[in-house]
Structures are given as structure tokens and as C-alpha cells.
Design a protein around this ligand. Structure first.
Ligand SMILES: [Zn+2]
Length: 331
């Protein structure tokens, strides 16, 4: 069964400061985008995100200039889904689109430590239980958006070659172009999918519904200046350059941003078992034990939590430490 998903989430009305006049939810307390302060996040180790169908090239992929962004929709027998991480249930791919500015110094919506990136990718998914992206807006857990930031590289990104070429075919609004070689989602996103910020927020355009679980990946995607310039050559419905299609940041309010990492497990192990001073001492003891024997075990003594003791006790503890290392290396 093939299905075409072409739900436009982003709609442009009057300037963002006027949205609240027409849409109550645009003045809500959990709006997006936000500035994420990396020193003020809660480190967590959530269950793994499960990416399904991200490596399958769709049967057909279309690129459309809808007058306020460029959106990618697919026709496929294997519509990508995402689950796990902070999500409850399975979310199905709807569309992806971009936000950018008229030069490299701004363009992203969310900011990290007040840093604005030149462009941001939003890959929009709706909760499968709610059937489509439109009905999902009626539910607080209706959507999840995978957000990726872009940074400028000196070289063109070959994975975006056809994408950038096709932008030249959709300069005018409401033009659509079709990929000769449809890319899989995996080809368009970053590689490190473990480290991400996540928080509950809203659509960044009216009706600003507070139904989005945002997942902002830390690793940026690299594009050359020329490749990002190709986005800035698009035109809106009035034939003006299509730039500056991002919403200003909104107050964080009472929300706590989570940062997913695997480092927290090692931190907890160390924190619970051995204070830092003990760890330093233990390294020294381990060195002393290791020298005469030539054993290669326990090289990462900093993580092992070996305590001080007599040489015999050290051997026993070294064995335990090695077991702990083996356990830790699974993460
Ligand atoms: Zn967006």
C-alpha cells in the first residue's frame, strides 16, 4: 500500500508578534523555539531511540516550495517511524522542512547557549494512534519533531547534491520537483543520534499547538555556504526572497530540558562507589600492582573504582575492577 503524506505544519500569517491575536495558544507557557542552556539541562540516559525505515529510499520523494519553506514528502511502502527515547508509542513520518536566515549568522529556531545556527531541519512525525498530523494536533503528545542544526563547512556535502540542485527547480512558490534518486532519511540527517536535547514545546507557526516533543540533536549537519545559499534563492508567494522564516525564541518557563547521554552511567558508578580523591589513589595502587606482573588489565583505572589496600587485596580488587569495566563497556 502506498501513501502520500503531505501535511503542511508550518503556515505563515502576519508577523510572529501578532500571532497571539488570532491564536490563543501562541501565547501559551510552553512555546517553541527556546534557547537551551547546556549548563542548565538534566542529564539522562533514556531508552534508545528506535529509527525504523530511515535507511530505505522511498519510491518517490518530492520537494515543494510552499511559499514559506521547502518541504519534503515521500511516497513509500515503508514510511519511516520513530519510537523509544522520550516517546511513548510509535510516531510516523509526515514531512520535513527547513528554517533559515538571509546570511550565515542566523536562521535556526532553537538556540544552544545563545548560539544561532545558519539553518535548521525539522523532521515531523505524528503519533500513529492519531492517524494523521492534523488530528494529532488535538493531543498533547500528538507530534514529535527531530531537529538538526546546520553548520558551515568548506566543502560541499555530497549527500545534499541532488537536493540543492532541485532547489533551482522550485524557485517560485508552489513549485514541486521530484528526486531522480530519492534519498533515505538517514542520508539527510546527522550520524550521532545518541546525544540530544529534548523538551515539550509547540509548533513554531500558528496555531502554535503545544503538542510537540522536541528532540534536538547535538551533532550538526555540515553544508557549504553555497549549499545554504541555494535555500536563500527561493522566493515566497509575492516573489520576494524567502528568508528569515524562523520564529523568535520563547520563554522556557517551568520546563526542564533533558540531555540524553551515555556518560551519566559512568558518572553514577563513580559517584556512588568512590569519591574523586579515592579514584586518584586507586590509580596509583593499580599501577604498582600492574608493573611487576606486566598485566594489561585495568588500563582504564579511572573508571574502575579500585580501593587502596595490601598487594593481595589489590589483586582481588583489580579482578573486581576488571569485571566492572567489562560491564561499563556495554554502554
Ligand atoms: Zn519548522
Amino acid at each position: 500500500m502506498s501513501t502520500i503524506y503531505a501535511v503542511g505544519i508550518c503556515v505563515t500569517f502576519h508577523g510572529p508578534s501578532h500571532w497571539g491575536e488570532q491564536y490563543n495558544s501562541c501565547t501559551g507557557k510552553h512555546q517553541s523555539p527556546i534557547n537551551i542552556n547546556s549548563l542548565d539541562v538534566k542529564k539522562v540516559n533514556l531508552p534508545p531511540l528506535v529509527f525504523n525505515g530511515f535507511d530505505i529510499a522511498p519510491l518517490q520523494t518530492n520537494l515543494t516550495n510552499n511559499g514559506h519553506t521547502v518541504a519534503v514528502t515521500v511516497k513509500s511502502d515503508h514510511i519511516p517511524t520513530i519510537s523509544g527515547g522520550p516517546l511513548h508509542g510509535v510516531y510516523q513520518y509526515s514531512q520535513l522542512h527547513f528554517h533559515w536566515g538571509d546570511n550565515d549568522t542566523f536562521g535556526s529556531e532553537d538556540m544552544i547557549d545563545n548560539h544561532i545556527f545558519p539553518m535548521e531541519l525539522h523532521v515531523v512525525f505524528f503519533k500513529r494512534d492519531y492517524r494523521n498530523a492534523k488530528t494529532a494536533l488535538d493531543h498533547s503528545d500528538g507530534l514529535t519533531v527531530l531537529a538538526f542544526f546546520y553548520e558551515i563547512s568548506s566543502e560541499d556535502n555530497p549527500r545534499y547534491e541532488e537536493f540543492v540542485q532541485l532547489l533551482g527547480n522550485v524557485t517560485n512558490s508552489h513549485k514541486t520537483a521530484t528526486f531522480a534518486d530519492p534519498p533515505s532519511l538517514k542520508e539527510l540527517i546527522a550520524q550521532d543520534l545518541l546525544h540530544y536535547y529534548t523538551y515539550n514545546g509547540s509548533l513554531t507557526t500558528p496555531p502554535c499547538s503545544e503538542v510537540v516533543t522536541w528532540i534536538d540533536f547535538k551533532e550538526p549537519i555540515m553544508l557549504s555556504h553555497a549549499q545554504i545559499e541555494a535555500f536563500r534563492a527561493l522566493e515566497d508567494e509575492e516573489g520576494h526572497p524567502l528568508t528569515h522564516n524562523f520564529r523568535p525564541i520563547q520563554p522556557l518557563g517551568d520546563r526542564v530540558v533533558l540531555f540524553n547521554t551515555d556518560e551519566i552511567i559512568k558518572d553514577v558508578d563513580l559517584g556512588v562507589d568512590v569519591p574523586p580523591s579515592e579514584v586518584e589513589n586507586s590509580n596509583r595502587v593499580e599501577e604498582e600492582v600492574r608493573k611487576p606482573s606486566g598485566s594489561k588489565q585495568g588500563k582504564k583505572g579511572k573508571d574502575s573504582g579500585v580501593a587502596r589496600g595490601t598487594p593481595v587485596a589489590s589483586w582481588v580488587l583489580l579482578g573486581l575492577a576488571s569485571m566492572a569495566l567489562l560491564t561499563a563497556s556495554r554502554y
